[in-house]
Write a protein that binds this ligand. Structure first.
Ligand SMILES: [Zn+2]
Length: 260
């Protein structure tokens, strides 16, 4: 039995002093597969160093995070276009729209999102979507660009039931559940109770959003166990059953590369 952390930023500076220890601890705890979504081009080198060191455990994705989109986003997209040809990447992401912190570059965010979806389609790769305060904007773009081949994850889901249903209606998209489900009054527990397990993948979003009882501390992939156990309690299933569902769902989106 093992679990897949579909969203973990193990390459950021928060892990510079103990990265190998953190990765090995996760693997030993049964978190054997970890997907490393990109943020911007400054992390490409270290993402690849990690995946070369842990080729069966750590899988990099490439993309420009919406909060890193500014006037120079085209330069970043060009770097991604060049780098993606290496075939090293399991997905395009994380990409999307974030209007929570800042909406100065809303038009640039939309353009960068569209361009990166088109790139994912060219390379037949899934997408990892980040959406915050921007469901209608994101849905509008997916409605326009979706086809029978496009696959992906709406990571760190914090929407309502209606938005969850909309994601499920796309057929090839999964809902990423993280530590937010363990937070009081988040409402995500109620939504997960309503959703069939075929639509869910699990993630930590390390080093952010640490689940209870580690809330407020640095998050790490080993903490995926708290998120998994919370879902097992809600769904009244065993950890093995949850692992089977969520691993199958992760492979449906990210492909058999994960089974290496
Ligand atoms: Zn992220």
């Amino acid at each position: 039995m093992y679990l897949t952390d579909t969203h973990t930023h193990l390459f950021v500076k928060e892990f510079d002093t103990d990265r190998d220890e953190i990765i090995n601890k996760a693997i030993q705890s049964g978190i054997k597969k970890m997907i490393l979504p990109g943020i911007n081009s400054s992390y490409i080198k270290i993402q690849n160093e990690i995946s070369e060191k842990y080729p069966y455990n750590c899988f990099p994705a490439i993309g420009l995070h919406p909060s890193d989109v500014n006037n120079n986003f085209s330069d970043e997209i060009n770097i991604i276009k060049n780098e993606i040809r290496t075939g090293k990447y399991i997905a395009v992401g994380e990409i999307g729209i974030d209007l929570y912190w800042d909406n100065t570059f809303i038009n640039e965010q939309k353009t960068a999102f569209e361009q990166q979806i088109i790139l994912a389609k060219q390379y037949n790769l899934p997408i990892i979507i980040h959406v915050r305060n921007a469901f209608s904007e994101v849905f509008e773009i997916i409605d326009k660009l979706n086809d029978s081949d496009l696959k992906g994850v709406f990571h760190s889901f914090t929407g309502n039931s209606e938005q969850a249903k909309k994601i499920i209606s796309y057929n090839n998209f999964k809902i990423g559940i993280n530590g937010i489900i363990t937070y009081k009054n988040s409402g995500i527990d109620k939504i997960v109770s309503e959703i069939d397990l075929n639509h869910i993948v699990i993630e930590t979003d390390s080093p952010y959003l640490s689940p209870v009882p580690k809330r407020g501390k640095r998050n790490e992939s080993e903490h995926l166990l708290y998120i998994a156990k919370k879902i097992c309690d809600l769904k009244q299933i065993s950890l093995t059953e949850l692992a089977e569902f969520t691993n199958k769902n992760a492979v449906e989106v990210f492909g058999t590369k994960l089974l290496l």
